[in-house]
Design a protein around this ligand. Sequence first.
Ligand code: SAM
Length: 236
Amino acid sequence: MRIIIATIFPNFVRVVKEYGVIAQAVEEGKIEIEIMNLRDFAHDRHRTVDDYPYGGGPGMVMKPEPFFELHDHCKQQFGDLYTILTSPQGITLNNKLAMELSKKKNLLIFCGRYEGIDERVKSLVDLEISIGDYVLSGGELAAMVICDAVSRFVPGVVEDESVKRDSFYNDLLDHPQYTRPVEYRGLRVPEVLLSGNHEMVELWRTAESLKLTALRRPDLFLARQFSVEEKKALIH
Ligand code: SAM
């Protein structure tokens, strides 16, 4: 899959593909991440991307032309696009949405700045996405969050088993993790993890995962249809 991020700050966004599993996946050609500068699609001497709002008021608004031209360019170069607008007014990103988006061939993400984007740009947009109920000064961090969360679901980017055990995949929070040493500053690794009994380890992990979910996300816990293994872990 290909993710294209349209921004006026390409260097800010670039780090999303320079570290960790995403960098590795890019290098191995499992995913393509293109970062495009909206200013390259502005034609005046100053490469202007913003203007005063009609009707007055504070701040500036992003002009429509660079978004439309960049969209035309990407469509011509890559084919069909699924276009996302980062916006605090959009639907909130979650794991299920990230998984859905990972099935798209070309994902184009628009980053807003200033007071936002000229409303007409929305005619190009398939979905507006928010990363939470707060206002950021620009869409770049939101685009990076979307890009990272979506990339994890592209086959081969992260080990399949690992993704399936992560929080939210199965509407549960992940269980606690430990590594060496066995004891540090009086804090010990739970004995069951040292037992070598895989069945007991799985039971413990399921129980911990359910406990954490009940405590921190009662909404998920109460909506859950428990499997036989989960019921067993709960009464253990
Ligand atoms: N005036 C806009 C409003 O109140 O809805 C906020 C504009 S904000 C200062 C500038 C840009 O940051 C937005 O166009 C959007 O791209 C991005 N942005 C801000 N908060 C966001 C959020 N919670 N999720 C996703 N993008 C956000």
